[in-house]
Design a protein around this ligand. Structure first.
Ligand SMILES: Cc1cc2nc3c(=O)[nH]c(=O)nc-3n(C[C@H](O)[C@H](O)[C@H](O)COP(=O)(O)OP(=O)(O)OC[C@H]3O[C@@H](n4cnc5c(N)ncnc54)[C@H](O)[C@@H]3O)c2cc1C
Length: 608
C-alpha cells in the first residue's frame, strides 16, 4: 500500500510538471556577454522522502522490509516479516539494519554464517532505495569506515572464536574469577555451533546415569572409532571420552548457567530448545551475566610470542587494531572448510554447507610457534542433502528418517536403486558419488510425511513443497510431482521402463517378505496410484575433521610434540577426535565439553 502511495504521488508530481530532479537553469540571453563560468559541482540526486516496501529471498523464505528515507538519508529500516532461523538469520538482520543506517549504503558486508539472509536483505533494501529514486551509485558503494585507532587490552585470558567451544571456555574462566576477552570476527556469536542440531551426548554424566541409559567412555570410544574408520587420533578420542561426562554435568549445573537441556527419551543425548542457535543465544546471555568482554567483528590475526611462550594476540576490529596481552590464549576458531587453499581438491565436487568464518585462521596463526596439525585431508561429507531456493544446501535427515521407515527410496539417473537408503552413511555416500544424480522417490503418503518432518523443524514452510512441485516452478529445489510414474520419469529425465521396474521390484520384495537386495528392512509398499514425487538429493561437506594437535591438557603441541606455553585449543579447530567421518552429534558435544575443559585447565594453570 505504502509503495502504491509513493508511486501515485510520483506520477502526480510528474503530471503537474514537478519532479524531484533539479529545475533546468534559465536560458542565457545570447546578446549578453557571458562570464566564463566555474565548473559546476555535480548535483546530488535527492530521494523522495517516504517509506518504501520490498521483499528479498532469505535462507528460508521472504524477507520483507520497510525502508524509510529523507531526501538524503536512510533513517530507518524495519524488517516487517521473515522466517530466518532464530539466533542466526534473526541476529544477522539486526546487524545488517544497523550497518545500512550507520554507513548509508546497501553494500554493507554480508554477515558470515548468514550470507543468504544477508543477500536477500540487501536485495530488498536496494530495491526499496531504487523506488525512492536514490542515487544507486552512492547507495551501492562500499561502506566508508573511519581510520582504525590502536588499542591495548590486558586480560588474564583471550579466547579466539565465539562458537560453543570459545564461549564455554570463556564462561568457565570468568566463573573462576579471571578476566576474559572473547574475540569473534563475525558480527554475531554462535559460529557453526548455531547451525547445528544442538543435541548434547551425555556419556557418563549424572543425567545419563539417572536416566538408566547404558553407556560408558569405552563404548563412546568404540562408536567414534567405528564412525571414523579408525583414522581418529586415539589419545584425543580417549581425552574426549574421559571429559564428556563431568563437563556435561558442569554445563547443566548452576555454575554452568543451567543450560536448559532436556531428555526427550533418547537416553544417550539431551536436546536444547531452538537447537544449536537457541543454545548459543542462551550462552551469550550467560557470558554477559558473567562479565565476559565480547568483541564482535574483531578478527585475531596473529599470536604475540615472547621467547617460546604465547602472551596474547593481535586483532583487527571495526574501529581499532587491538593488542590483547594475556597470560593464556585459547584458540576456538572452528574449521577450515571455507578456505579453498586448505580444502583438498576432491571436495570441490560438492557443496560447502558450513560456516563462512571457517577459514582455518588458527592453523595459520600457530605457524609462529611451529604448531602441529593432523588429518587436514578430511572434512565431513554428508549424503542427505537438498538444495533450497537460495542455493543453500540443507540437511534432510529428519525428512528422510521419516520416509525410510515407510516406502521412500533413492533412485539414480538410470531410475535404479543403488544403496540401503537408511544404512551406513559412508556406504550411501560412496554409492552416491558413483551416480550422476539421484532422487528421493515418494508416493503421496511419503511426500506428506517428509514435508511435515522438515516443516516441523522449520527447515521450510509447510506450503513450500506444493509450490516447488507445481508444473511451472523452475529453480531449486528440483522437486517434481506427477500423477503417474511415466509422467514423473519424463520430468526428471530417467528411463520410464526402468522406473516402473524398480518400483515393481521393490513392492514385490515387500509383499513376498523376501530380503531386500540392499539389506533394508522393508515394511510398506509404494502406492499403486496417486501422485508420485521426486526430490533431487546431493552430497555436502561442512565440518573439518583435521586440525591442531593438542595434548591431554588442551595445550597446543609444536612439531616436536612439545606443548607451547600459554597456548590452548578447543572445539572443531582440534584435529583427530574424528576420523574420516564424524559420529552424529559428537562434534557439537566435543565443542561444548572441550570448551569447558580448556576453561578448566587454563584456570588451574592461572591459579598455580
Ligand atoms: C549446518 C551444520 C550442521 C551441523 N550439525 C551438527 C549436529 O547436528 N551435531 C553435531 O555434533 N555437529 C554438527 N555440526 C558441527 C558442529 O556444529 C561444529 O563442529 C561445532 O559446533 C564447532 O564448534 P566450535 O566452537 O569449534 O566452532 P564454531 O561454532 O564455528 O565457532 C568458531 C568461531 O570462531 C570464529 N573465528 C574464526 N576465525 C576467527 C578469528 N581469526 N578471529 C576471531 N574469530 C574467529 C568464527 O567466526 C566462529 O564464530 C554441524 C555443522 C554445520 C555447519
Amino acid at each position: 500500500m505504502k509503495r502504491l502511495l509513493v508511486l501515485l504521488l510520483t506520477a502526480m508530481m510528474l503530471l503537474a510538471g514537478c519532479s524531484s530532479e533539479p529545475a533546468p537553469a534559465e536560458t542565457p540571453d545570447p546578446t549578453e556577454p557571458t562570464e566564463p563560468s566555474e565548473p559546476s559541482e555535480p548535483t546530488e540526486t535527492k530521494m523522495t522522502a517516504g517509506t518504501y516496501s520490498s521483499v528479498g529471498t532469505g535462507f528460508k523464505g521472504d524477507i520483507k522490509v520497510d525502508v524509510t528515507v529523507t531526501e538524503d538519508e536512510v533513517t530507518e529500516i524495519e524488517v516487517v516479516e521473515h522466517t530466518e532461523t532464530n539466533g542466526i538469520g534473526s541476529e544477522a538482520l539486526l546487524v545488517l539494519v544497523d550497518n545500512v543506517v550507520k554507513y548509508q549504503t546497501a553494500a554493507v558486508d554480508s554477515v558470515a554464517g548468514a550470507t543468504v539472509t544477508s543477500n536477500g536483505f540487501k536485495t530488498a533494501v536496494k530495491d526499496a532505495l531504487t523506488q525512492a529514486g536514490a542515487d544507486m551509485g552512492k547507495f551501492n558503494a562500499t561502506a566508508v569506515k573511519g581510520e582504525l585507532k590502536d588499542e591495548t587490552i590486558d586480560a588474564d585470558v583471550v579466547v579466539v572464536g565465539a562458537g560453543a567451544a570459545g564461549m564455554m571456555s570463556a564462561l568457565y574462566i570468568a566463573k573462576e574469577g579471571y578476566s576474559v576477552v572473547l574475540l569473534e570476527k563475525t558480527p554475531m556469536v554462535g559460529g557453526a555451533s548455531a547451525m547445528a542440531g544442538g543435541t548434547l551426548a551425555a556419556t557418563n554424566s549424572q543425567w545419563q546415569k539417572d536416566a538408566g541409559y547404558e553407556d560408558s567412555s569405552e563404548m563412546l570410544k568404540e562408536r567414534l572409532l567405528a564412525a571414523g574408520h579408525n583414522k581418529n587420533h586415539l589419545p584425543t578420542v580417549e581425552l574426549y571420552a574421559s571429559i564428556i561426562g563431568p563437563n556435561f554435568d558442569w554445563i547443566v549445573s548452576e555454575e554452568g548457567g543451567e543450560m536448559p537441556y532436556k531428555n526427550e527419551g533418547a537416553g544417550a543425548s539431551f536436546s536444547f530448545d531452538g537447537g544449536g542457535a537457541g543454545a548459543m543465544l542462551k550462552l551469550k546471555e550467560n557470558l554477559e551475566n558473567a562479565g565476559v568482554e565480547i568483541l564482535l567483528s574483531t578478527e585475531a590475526t596473529e599470536l604475540i610470542v615472547e621467547g617460546d611462550a604465547v602472551v596474547g594476540v593481535k586483532a583487527t576490529g571495526e574501529e581499532a587494531n587491538y593488542t590483547v596481552n594475556a597470560r593464556s590464549v585459547i584458540l576456538a576458531t572452528g574449521g577450515y572448510g571455507n578456505n579453498r587453499d586448505l580444502v583438498p581438491e576432491e571436495y570441490f565436487a560438492f557443496r560447502y554447507s558450513g560456516h563462512s568464518g571457517h577459514n582455518g585462521d588458527a592453523l595459520e596463526m600457530i605457524k609462529a610457534v611451529d604448531g602441529a596439525t593432523r588429518n587436514l585431508t578430511w572434512l565431513n561429507k554428508q549424503p542427505n542433502t537438498m538444495i533450497l531456493p537460495s542455493g543453500a544446501p540443507q540437511y534432510t535427515n529428519m525428512g528422510v528418517n521419516a520416509v525410510y521407515k515407510m516406502s521412500g527410496i533413492l533412485i539414480n539417473e538410470n531410475a535404479e536403486r543403488f544403496a540401503h537408503e537408511s544404512g551406513d552413511t559412508w556406504e550411501l555416500m560412496l554409492r552416491m558419488e558413483e551416480n550422476e544424480r539421484q532422487y528421493l522417490l515418494m508416493d503421496q503418503e511419503n511426500y506428506e510425511a517428509f514435508n511435515e518432518a522438515m516443516a516441523n523443524r522449520n527447515i521450510f514452510n509447510a506450503d513450500d513443497p506444493d509450490k516447488w512441485t507445481a508444473d511451472d516452478y523452475e529453480g531449486q529445489p528440483v522437486y517434481k510431482g506427477a500423477d503417474t510414474l511415466e509422467e514423473l520419469a519424463e520430468k526428471i529425465d530417467v528411463p520410464v521402463d526402468a522406473l516402473k521396474e524398480t518400483v515393481a521390484k521393490y513392492n514385490e520384495a515387500v509383499t513376498s517378505g523376501s530380503d531386500d537386495e540392499f539389506g533394508r528392512e522393508l515394511t510398506t509398499t509404494i502406492a499403486e496410484d496417486g501422485r508420485y514425487y521426486a526430490l533431487e538429493m546431493s552430497i555436502r561437506y561442512s565440518t573439518s575433521l583435521g586440525g591442531i594437535q593438542i595434548n591431554d591438557k588442551m595445550q597446543v603441541l609444536n612439531t616436536s610434540e612439545v606443548p607451547v606455553e600459554g597456548l590452548y585449543a578447543a572445539g572443531e579447530v582440534v584435529g583427530g577426535v574424528q576420523g574420516d567421518l564424524y559420529l552424529g552429534g559428537s562434534t557439537f558435544t566435543w565443542a561444548m565439553t572441550s570448551g569447558v575443559e580448556a576453561g578448566r585447565v587454563v584456570s588451574e594453570a592461572l591459579a598455580e
